[in-house]
Design a protein around this ligand. Sequence first.
Ligand SMILES: [Fe+2]
Length: 471
Amino acid sequence: MAIAATGNEAITLARTFRPDLVLLDLYLPDVSGEIVFRALRQEEETSRAPVVVLTAFEDKRDRIRLLELGADDFLVKPPERAELLARVRGLLQAKTLSDRLLISFLELDRIGRFAESFAAEGVGDWGAFRVADAMARELLGESPSSPDRPHFAWAANRVGQRLLATCWYFRQGEWYHKQKVYRVVDVLKALAPYARGEGRYACKEPMPPSLASWLGFPTDPPPANFVAASAEWGFLLLAGYPWEVGVWEFPVLRAAFRLWGVFERLRLEARQQEQAFFSTLEALALAAEFYDRDTAAHVERVGILSREVARALDCAPRFVRWLGPSARVHDVGKMTIPMELLLKTGALTLQEEALLRQHTVNGAKLLGFLPQLEMARNIALFHHENFGGSGYPRGLKGDAIPLEARIVRVVDVYDALRSLRPYKRAFSHEEALRTLHHGDDRVAPSHFDPQVVRAFSQVVERFLSLYPPLD
Ligand SMILES: [Fe+2]
């Protein structure tokens, strides 16, 4: 409580003190009560505080004027103690409810904005845990002392009869999260005493320590004031609200929970769509293998090694995920080249060489124009471009060659060096690596992106078992 002796002092004090309620005398030594009232209503920090006007019995006109301006109540001086307490209590209750309603609206607005930013990042790239993690952190806020947020969250993805659950809380400046698998039936049983119907749960008391510990929360003391919601895709429980939970918390909880469910469905659909494209690429790779029987093991290795090089280069998860299936179809255009030319052991004529080079352009055409297959198309088209600019079909140079094609270029040549060809024996790993670094009569170091060669040299050591031992 704070008391001001003058009107101006009241205005200044209210800015810092942010009162929940103001008792305002109409007659003040410096300015009128009306001026103070208008000033309080104008400032955001004080505009929502209920104001009770204290007037003399004969000030009826002023009293009515203040009530018309929006004062919440009035009392005739000197107020009776019991009446004053009753009015103050009623107005404070109304203020608390109004505050919580405002917090709920702001939370709903924040959840909406969070959904927009989250969706913009490409939900298909996120794992189930990251969806739950982002949602939990959004609900808890960044600080353990948030005055208007719960302090503990527990979210669980349902997989069959099990729940993959994670609990979050903030303690001593650090986020804690622990993951654990539960049986659905056990969680339903543990929360049954707090059921409020329609998949809703609430409790104002501290959680029994055994339940808090089972859910992964600290027990010193266990969190109180929790609400939870369940649906076919999982559970969401928020605990440690800085007020007694009630009906106000459910709309926010349910909105967050439904949004989480939508994200889960979108995430799974995006992954299924990706799998459909991978199957298409796999079918094309298989068709190419049937056509050119020697390539089966080759495309398999190019897929694996390219993916691992991208991982070593710290590429985005989506890039890494797509590179394996996309690299496998790098030579899909060879299906458009006459078999006798592919099998020819002698030197090629200029015309034959030009025809063979067409496998890059034809491969890109075969892959079509869907944006999802851009990486595969780039690889098919540019996997014979040289970093120094001497490659084909376009003679692109340096970073103008898409990274995926620069990666496959290195892996493809290494793999060819390690393999038996009509014109050469199979090289050992050391010989092949030396050729990449120093060149020979067919290969020059300027063909390759040095950054990719460095990453490849480290990665390939772990995959030497992919190659048959040399005779
Ligand atoms: Fe090729």
